[in-house]
Design a protein around this ligand. Sequence first.
Ligand SMILES: Nc1ncnc2c1ncn2[C@@H]1O[C@H](COP(=O)(O)OP(=O)(O)OP(=O)(O)O)[C@@H](O)[C@H]1O
Ligand SMILES: [Mg+2]
Length: 214
Amino acid sequence: MINEHPGLERAREEEASNLTWHDMRVTKELRRNRNGHSSFVVWLTGLSGAGKSTIASALETRLFDMGLMTYVLDGDNVRMGLNANLGFSEEDRQENIRRVAEVSRLFVDAGIVTISSFISPLDADRVKARERFGEGEFIEVFIDCPVEECMKRDPKGLYQKAIAGEIKNFTGINAPYERPQDPEITLRTDQYTVDECVDTLVAYLKDRGLIFAR
Ligand SMILES: Nc1ncnc2c1ncn2[C@@H]1O[C@H](COP(=O)(O)OP(=O)(O)OP(=O)(O)O)[C@@H](O)[C@H]1O
Ligand SMILES: [Mg+2]
């Protein structure tokens, strides 16, 4: 439900919590009206080195240049701040994604086109993230690239370390990556250039009426 804040539902479930949701007068819709565009999250998931941060940055630049309010939440950047206390155990990864989904939701509520770039390897965590958004507000983009190509790219030298046994729980090597079941978009970054991938994303957003050429 788009109009009812998910916090309300949670508050109802936790009757004994003593929490009360306070509706603010400036709503998401008012912010969207003022900005002249909708807000939503483009959620990029995929292996390390698949190209999430590269595409996030290129997509943001394109949308920013069109005059939209944008922001990128990126895995490593968030782990250096908000999630600095989390590691890579299954539990911590789950908490990492839970928190970034919540932050993404705050940004969307603030009227901002939010690009969230996280490996987010587990389907259940991505499904939970999606559940925190209204219909059409969560656009899951599978940044699809064979692990062999990611290993060749190895932009951070992490695959080399993981193969040498220096990193535990490295997605694609010794931790699972569950391919998205039904993403809105799949981008094969071993077959298309960054610009072509961004063209596909922008065309999708225009088709869905989420953004307009200005
Ligand atoms: N079509 C493409 N799209 C994105 N990146 C590409 C593409 N072709 C080649 N690359 C290269 O692949 C690398 C992708 O690295 P990037 O840091 O974006 O990955 P990532 O998915 O953010 O990884 P991590 O999860 O470790 O942060 C970059 O060096 C980029 O230049
Ligand atoms: Mg990255």
